[in-house]
Design a binder for this molecule. Structure first.
Ligand SMILES: [Zn+2]
Length: 120
């Protein structure tokens, strides 16, 4: 659901409104003073919100989506996170394996680094 920000022309306060349908009728009233003299503000807020949603949908090391480990860029993220969580430096041998896997190679040893998804 898109979020539009409007600035009140009367008191200059900004208010955010959820818009149910793009192009639908929207007559926002200032949440501070009730004025309907509102002008649209193009804000960074909605953009950041949608980026967060994208990250959420593509999954993360903590909650991998079903396609998460099919993406070579995600290979090794779980391993990297584990080492980070433990406060350990990842051995360069493992770093190299992850790097080559991201470049399209998939040595058997890297497959073993992947978490057992049936275990989650
Ligand atoms: Zn106002």
């Amino acid at each position: 659901m898109p979020v539009y920000e409007f600035r009140c022309q009367a008191c200059q306060r900004k208010s955010s409104f959820f818009v149910r349908s793009i192009g639908g009728s929207l007559s926002p009233a200032c949440t501070a003073c009730g004025s309907r003299e509102m002008s649209r503000v193009i804000s960074g807020f909605a953009y950041h919100k949608s980026m967060a949603t994208i990250h959420e949908e593509s999954g993360g090391p903590d909650r991998p989506g079903s396609d998460y480990y099919k993406d070579p860029r995600n290979i090794g993220r779980w391993t990297e996170k584990k080492f980070k969580d433990l406060g350990m430096e990842m051995p360069s041998q493992i770093q190299e394996m992850i790097q080559s896997a991201r470049e399209g190679e998939m040595p058997e040893s890297v497959k073993d680094l992947q978490p057992n998804l049936t275990d989650v």
